[in-house]
Design a binder for this molecule. Structure first.
Ligand code: ADP
Ligand code: MG
Length: 727
């Protein structure tokens, strides 16, 4: 029975004719497609009255508030452009706390009062929307009777047209707030954190005599890892459909041990899908740059060029959406879960992060002369200090039930946050810490490493894939972010903690300079104690190694192994004060996030438990019982035929034991997941982690053992070997 559905799936895959050549790049040139669906600067220039265009650009590039009186002109130009592109509707796109994007479409059409209709879109409609928000998680920020939140246009992320088979939609990126002004989304805190960082970074730039920059932005380029498997298998895996990951599945005979997948030739159908997805992304102005096979079988990566954080986050969400949609066209399913398959690599999102001025100077780029180097060292030290001081908040920013399966699982960065600097930069910081004179490699006197610095490495240098936070030449790469996550959370935290560091450092520098010290002298006094207090977070070695865990413990580095463990950090006093000080999250907002994250954890595990029970009872147990009968029948008929010790007896014993373990595991999971919370989401989450999580694992072990004994033609679920290797 089981084999029939699996065999049918394999046959359908073997015989499927996919339309692979959907795009002809000889006719359609990529460069002509880039951004064609975006209401971008060029379109704005063509279509907006000059003063409006100028004002809007000033808002986009320097964050100046936009005069509401310009909104009507922008709305009208946007509408005309969108209608020409075939749009029938517009939507305010927002990022509620579910982590995915949300949209509600409104038609442009309004009755004209004399029997006809006109297409309308006012400045008011552009600026503000009122979705019925009562069903989005608010963690207690909103009672349902005051459910209406509002969406507010974010002019710094350009609107675009999303093409659909029957009519397109004008999509307007927005922030999502409650009527009382609390952020109900992920964009608002990100924008606030960018403001905070800019203000503090500008103070430091001023001390260095910078007269060109008026604003500092953070830049982000996030590399997305994902799996593609055939849809025919996916439909036969209720666990993948419902939870995003396989709750069962024995190890295949071959996994990733041959290391023959990483950077290997991309299968043709996958390549066609990637190219198609990239084309769609180009139209949205997403600067997709690289694609390759990843380490695990059927795992891939897509990476864009970096952009300003806010835009990069919106584009990152689009990348996930377009990957999912496009995979479907090619009979594939895109799995964005952090750990769809146990025992092989999971997926992450390397969040490359830096700071740049509005005139394009990368502040984490080592310079060519001592002045530039000193500036680089100040900014770099600010990051190191922040990561050390706020490692727990950083850990928190990447916590989810999904990512728990990945972090620390020996193939992903450990849950311990540390920084990889590379040998050369590490050496420089060690010298800075020592403070006093030291002879440089050139043989002369070397004063604190600031006034006379050796040229710093420009190349990314050696790579350390085991570090959760690595300096890679001119940016930091935060590698612990999960593949399905909205990256705004991690970036909001990064921006805020670095802003705090820069604030403290700028305050000291400003005071010293006011007291008559030179900038160089002030820096030489500032850096050594900071490096001293922060250096425990620096680690160039192998983050996967067992020794690192004990070494990190000795250094006193926090090691929050899972989401439940780290959640209380959100509402700790120092966290509340930090985010309140920089106006990124109010206390109320953080309290709500605590509740939302705890509830999300409970729900995720609850859904996994229900799905596992359903599969174990409805598919695995029946298959095992059938097989037990088959073997028992074979044994008794062999005995009847006079065979004294039929060889099937051992197998029968194994099956009987296996079924016993499975039913025991089932009963234990049912008992554990039957617990109802007492209304306290955190206690409930704790219960899920302590009881449901291990029960899920025990049940899985029993089921996977059965997979290895039950006859293949009876096994109902596509196996790892099939899902990962039949393409
Ligand atoms: P790799 O990590 O494969 O060597 P790169 O170093 O070129 O590749 O870049 C990896 C990612 O880092 C890309 O998404 C890239 O856009 C991004 N990146 C490069 N420079 C910056 C920067 N200054 N700020 C943020 N992201 C950056
Ligand atoms: Mg990389």
């Amino acid at each position: 029975m089981g084999a029939n559905v699996r065999q049918d799936a394999i046959n359908s895959i073997a015989n499927a004719k996919h339309q692979l050549n959907r795009v002809d790049f000889k006719k359609t040139h990529v460069k002509d497609l880039f951004g064609i669906n975006v209401f971008n600067e060029e379109i704005q220039r063509q279509r907006l009255p000059k003063p409006v265009f100028k004002a809007l650009q000033k808002t986009i590039k320097q964050g100046a508030p936009l005069d509401p009186s310009h909104a009507d002109a922008v709305a009208s130009a946007m509408k005309d452009w969108a209608l020409e592109k075939g749009a029938t509707h517009y939507t305010h796109l927002f990022q509620p706390m579910t982590g995915i994007t949300a949209e509600k479409h409104d038609s442009f059409l309004s009755p004209d009062g004399v029997g006809g209709a006109i297409a309308e879109f006012s400045g008011r409609e552009l600026i503000k929307g009122e979705p019925d928000a009562s069903s989005f998680p608010s963690g207690g920020l909103r009672a349902t009777f005051e459910a209406r939140g509002y969406t507010a246009w974010d002019p710094t992320s350009p609107a675009y047209v999303m093409e659909n088979p029957n009519g397109s939609t004008l999509v307007i990126p927005t922030a999502f707030l409650s009527w009382t002004g609390e952020a109900l989304d992920k964009k608002t805190p990100l924008l606030r954190s960018m403001e905070a960082l800019s203000a503090q970074a500008m103070r430091i730039l001023k001390l260095f005599g910078n007269k060109d920059a008026v604003k500092v932005f953070t830049t982000v380029g996030a590399e997305q890892e994902y799996f593609l498997i055939d849809k025919a298998f996916y439909y036969l895996r209720p666990d993948l459909i419902t939870t995003g990951r396989t709750l069962f599945g024995a190890m295949p005979p071959k996994g990733q041990e041959l290391e023959d997948q990483y950077f290997g030739a991309i299968p043709e159908r996958v390549l066609a899908c990637m190219a198609d997805a990239e084309l769609e992304l180009f139209k949205f102005g997403v600067p997709v740059k690289t694609r390759h096979n990843e380490v695990a079988p059927s795992q891939y990566e897509i990476a864009p060029l970096f952009e300003l954080s806010n835009l990069a986050v919106d584009h990152q969400n689009l990348i996930m959406e377009v990957l999912r949609k496009t995979a479907d066209k090619y009979g594939l399913v895109c799995l964005l879960h952090e750990k769809p398959f146990a025992g092989i690599n999971g997926s992450g999102k390397h969040n490359n992060w830096s700071m740049a001025t509005d005139v394009g100077e990368n502040l984490l780029n080592p310079g060519d002369d001592p002045h530039e180097n000193a500036q680089f060292l100040v900014f770099c030290t600010a990051v190191i200090r922040a990561v050390n001081k706020y490692a727990e908040i950083l850990r928190l920013s990447i916590a989810s039930a999904h990512n728990d399966h990945r972090l620390g699982a020996n193939e992903a960065p450990p849950a311990i946050i540390s920084i990889f600097l590379g040998d050369q930069l590490q050496d420089i910081f060690e010298q800075i810490e020592k403070g006093g004179a030291k002879s440089s490699k050139q043989g002369g006197q070397f004063i604190t490493g600031v006034s006379v610095l050796p040229p710093l490495p420009k190349e990314a240098g050696d790579r350390n894939r085991t570090s959760p936070f690595a300096f890679t030449g001119n940016k930091f790469e935060f590698r612990a972010v999960g593949s399905s996550a909205n990256i705004s959370g991690a970036n909001t935290v990064l921006n805020t903690i670095v802003a705090e560091s820069m604030d403290v450092m700028a305050t000291k520098l400003e005071a010293d300079i006011k007291a008559g010290k030179s900038l160089t002298a002030a820096i030489q006094e500032l850096l050594p104690p900071i490096v001293k207090e922060s250096k425990r977070v620096l680690f160039n070695g192998n983050g996967y190694a067992e020794e690192w865990h004990s070494e990190a413990a000795k250094r006193g580095l926090p090691n929050h192994k899972n989401t439940v463990d780290v959640l209380p950090v959100i509402t700790r006093k120092d966290t509340l004060e930090l985010f309140a000080k920089y106006k990124v999250y109010s206390e109320k907002e953080l309290q709500s996030r605590f509740n939302i994250l705890a509830e999300a954890y409970v729900k995720t595990l609850n859904i996994e438990a229900n799905t596992a029970i359903m599969i174990a009872k409805g598919q695995i147990l029946p298959a095992a019982l059938r097989y037990q009968k088959e073997v028992a029948d074979s044994v008794s008929s062999a005995r009847a035929a006079g065979v004294a010790n039929p060889p099937g007896v051992d197998t029968l014993g194994t099956v009987v034991t296996g079924i016993g373990e499975l039913t025991k595991g089932l009963a234990a999971l049912e008992k554990a997941s039957g617990h109802h919370g007492d209304g306290d989401p955190y206690n409930h989450a704790k219960h899920m982690r302590e009881h449901v999580f291990p029960a899920l694992n025990t049940l899985r072990i029993a089921a996977d053992k059965l997979e290895a004994v039950v006859a293949d033609d009876l096994w109902p679920l596509p196996t790892y070997r099939e899902m990962l290797f039949i393409k």
